[in-house]
Design a protein around this ligand. Structure first.
Ligand code: AVI
Length: 321
């Protein structure tokens, strides 16, 4: 057995940096400081994200779930029988349950997620719920090219990418990922993807500035993670959550704002934060159906079917290469 390395193992040795610490240092050394949104999902971050999904203001999860409940049969019909389902960024796989309940004789379910503990827990839960299904969790960063087990070489593959996770990527990375998916899925395969649609600013603003402060806790958790895993001494209370809708770019822009002029040490290096300075942590793109179809087309994917909710707040599309 290969021993699992814990990130903290490296943290006290200044010259051996974890990939996480290296990435943090790199991001905070930019003129416009940034931290990659994938780092938001440590164990605590994944739990907080699950809590976000339950918030009254956060409409995407329940809207997409309603679309799944209503159209899962049509989606299963479109996907066809005997497909292996590969889910990217599976989290707690809530919507997948609906899809799996409708799929015709799926051959395997392969959830891919960066958050190991969360992924394995969810896989165990699903194994109990679907005892006959072959479930193979893959701990991986889906923004990097993904290798599927060779046993899938001859299988029909359907990639499932729900939750508008694609919206967290910048457009060129989204296209790159769609191209990877098109390649991963091979010839006889498809992509079922959920993405958030453009809508009223107030609705969007409230979804990322909830009254209970859960989104703020999710965002600021990244600072706690830096303290823990990258030997940081950030005073988290001296930072605040910042999220605005940029209508011209069709995206929510999420940052951490420094409340004061302050200095902190991270992995042996000193960083200065000015009062009001923003550390960018996440974009959440909101698309039009047409804009999304165009982006997918530029990655070689054709839109075959579109499902949405009565308010047109969220869309699930089926695409093929
Ligand atoms: C995971 N992703 C689709 C969420 C979103 O809505 O962009 C992440 C999130 N960030 C703050 N709230 C939710």
């Amino acid at each position: 057995d290969t021993p699992v390395k814990h990130a903290n193992q490296y943290a006290t040795t200044p010259d051996v940096r974890t990939p996480f610490a290296t990435d943090v240092i790199e991001g905070l050394s930019q003129q416009r400081k940034r931290l990659h949104c994938k780092h938001l999902y440590d164990r605590r971050g994944s739990q907080l994200f699950d809590n976000i999904c339950e918030l009254p203001e956060y409409y995407p999860t329940r809207t997409e779930l309603a679309i799944m409940h209503r159209y899962a049969d049509a989606m299963a019909e479109q996907i066809g029988p005997n497909a292996a389902l590969v889910e990217l960024g599976s989290g707690s796989s809530q919507k997948t349950r609906v899809l799996l309940d409708h799929l015709r004789e799926p051959t395997a379910y392969l959830p891919v997620d960066i958050s190991r503990g969360h992924l394995l827990e969810t896989a165990d839960k699903l194994r109990r719920e679907h005892p006959g299904l072959n479930i193979q969790p893959i701990v991986a960063d889906f923004t990097q090219p993904i290798e599927l087990p060779s046993s899938l070489a001859t299988e029909k593959v359907c990639v499932y990418f729900p939750g508008s996770t694609i919206g967290n990527l910048e457009p060129h990375d989204a296209v790159k990922l769609l191209k990877n998916i098109a390649k991963l899925a091979g010839n006889e395969a498809g992509l079922l993807i959920g993405f958030d649609l453009q809508k009223d600013h107030d609705v969007l603003h409230a979804a990322y500035n909830d009254s209970q402060g859960v989104t703020a806790a999710f965002n600021l958790n990244l600072l706690h993670r830096i303290n823990r895993e990258a030997n940081g001494n950030l005073i988290v209370d001296q930072f605040s959550h910042h999220a605005i809708y940029n209508a011209s770019k069709g995206r929510i822009e999420i940052s951490i704002e420094s409340k004061t002029d302050q200095t902190a040490r991270i992995a042996g290096q000193e960083f200065h934060f000015s009062k009001g300075e923003l550390i960018h942590t996440e974009y959440s793109h909101k698309y039009t159906q047409e804009g999304f179809a165009n982006m997918a087309a530029s990655a070689g994917l054709t839109t075959k079917n579109v499902w949405t909710d009565p308010r047109d707040w969220f869309a699930v599309n089926y695409l093929e290469s």
